[in-house]
Design a protein around this ligand. Structure first.
Ligand code: CP
Length: 310
C-alpha cells in the first residue's frame, strides 16, 4: 500500500498510523544517505522559512532541527524564550502570529506546556512541528529512537523494549510507547510505582517495579532522566535509593543480553540512571540516536513542508 503524507503538522505519534511512521523512517533512510555524500545539501525546502521557537532549553533537538533545515536549504531563524517578547508578556498565539506575518512556513516549537503545539497548529497556517511539549509528547525523539532500533536490529516488530525511569513526567516515554506498540514491539515500563503508575497499562504497555526481573529478556533498554523540572514533590526517597533499585549500574548490566541495545534520549545524568562507562560502552547507541535525529528531522520537515496550505 502506498501511503502519502497529508499532515500539515506533526504534533504527536499517538495519531500516526504504522504506515505513516514507516513513511517517515523510509524518508529518513534517503536523507541519511544524502548525509554521506560530499555535498550534503538538497534544495527541497529552498525558499521556505523555518522558525525554531524554543521556549524551553534544548541542545540536541534545537541543533538538529537547525541543521536539518539548513541541509534542506530552508531559511532558518532561532528564537529562545529569553530573547523573545514572551518575557514582556506577549502570548504564544501573538508570538506565532508575528512569525506568520513574516511568512514563516514551518514553526518548530518546544514548550513546557502539554498541548502548546496543538494550540498553535489550529491558529496559524504554518506547519507546526512539536519539539517536545511538557510531559505530553516528543514525536521526533520517538521517531529517531525507532529508527535507531530498526537500524541496529533490522526490525522493531517482536522486540522487547524496556523503558526505565521517570515515565510519568516523560514526553519521550509517551511517544516511544505509542510508536513501538504500533510497530509491533512489546513494551515494559520500569520504575518506582510513584513514577510508573498502573494507568500506563491502558496504553498497552506492561508495568514492572523490579528492574532485575525485566533486564534479562530485554532487546533494548531506554533509560530516562528524572525530570525534576516537572516534578512538584518528592517521588522517591533519594537519588541513592533510586540508583540502588533502578539505576543501570555495571553489576546490573551483567543481566542484559550481550546484544541488548542501551539507549538514552539525553541529557544524561551519568551515575544516576546509567553508569558513565555503560553510556560510552559497546552496547550503547546513545550517540547514534543523536546522529539519526538529523535524518529523522530532515524527513519530518520535508514531509510537512511539502504540504501546501496557503
Ligand atoms: N532528547 C532531547 O530532547 O534533548 P534536548 O533537550 O537537548 O533537546
Amino acid at each position: 500500500m502506498t501511503v502519502h503524507w497529508t499532515r500539515k503538522d506533526l504534533l504527536g505519534l499517538r495519531e500516526l498510523s504504522a504506515e505513516e511512521i514507516t513513511l517517515v523512517l523510509e524518508t529518513a533512510d534517503a536523507f541519511k544517505q544524502v548525509g554521506t555524500r560530499e555535498v550534503k545539501k538538497v534544495p527541497a525546502l529552498q525558499g521556505k522559512t523555518l522558525i525554531n521557537l524554543f521556549i524551553e532549553p534544548s541542545t540536541r533537538t534545537r541543533t538538529s532541527f537547525e541543521l536539518a533545515a539548513k541541509r534542506l536549504s530552508a531559511d532558518i531563524v532561532n528564537i529562545t524564550a529569553a530573547a523573545s517578547s514572551l518575557t514582556k508578556g506577549e502570548t504564544l498565539k501573538d508570538t506565532a502570529k508575528v512569525l506568520e506575518a513574516n511568512h514563516a512556513d514551518l514553526i518548530v516549537l518546544r514548550h513546557s506546556s502539554a498541548g502548546a503545539a496543538q494550540f498553535l497548529s489550529t491558529r496559524v497556517r504554518a506547519s507546526v512541528i512539536n519539539a517536545g511539549d511538557g510531559a505530553h509528547e516528543h514525536p521526533t525523539q520517538g521517531l529517531l529512537d525507532l529508527y535507531t532500533i530498526r537500524e541496529k536490529k533490522g526490525a522493531v516488530a517482536g522486540l522487547h523494549v524496556a523503558i526505565i525511569g521517570d515515565i510519568l513526567f516523560s514526553r519521550v516515554a509517551r511517544s516511544n510507547i505509542f510508536a513501538l506498540l504500533k510497530m509491533g514491539a512489546r513494551v515494559t515500563l520500569v520504575g518506582p510505582s510513584t513514577l510508573v503508575p498502573r494507568e500506563f497499562e491502558q496504553l498497552g504497555a506492561k508495568i514492572s517495579h523490579q528492574l532485575d526481573e525485566v533486564l534479562p529478556s530485554a532487546d533494548v533498554v531506554n533509560l530516562l532522566r528524572i525530570q525534576h523540572e516537572r516534578q512538584r514533590k518528592e517521588y522517591f526517597p533519594g537519588l541513592g535509593e533510586y540508583i540502588r533499585f533502578f539505576g543501570l549500574t555495571k553489576s546490573r548490566a551483567k543481566l542484559l543480553k550481550p546484544d541488548c541495545l542501551i539507549m538514552h534520549p539525553g541529557p544524561i545524568n551519568r551515575g544516576v540512571e546509567i553508569d558513565s562507562d555503560l553510556a560510552d560502552g559497546p552496547q550503547s547507541v546513545i550517540f547514534d540516536q543523536v546522529t539519526n535525529g538529523l535524518a529523522i528531522r530532515m524527513a519530518v520537515l520535508y514531509l510537512c513542508g511539502g504540504i501546501v496550505t496557503r
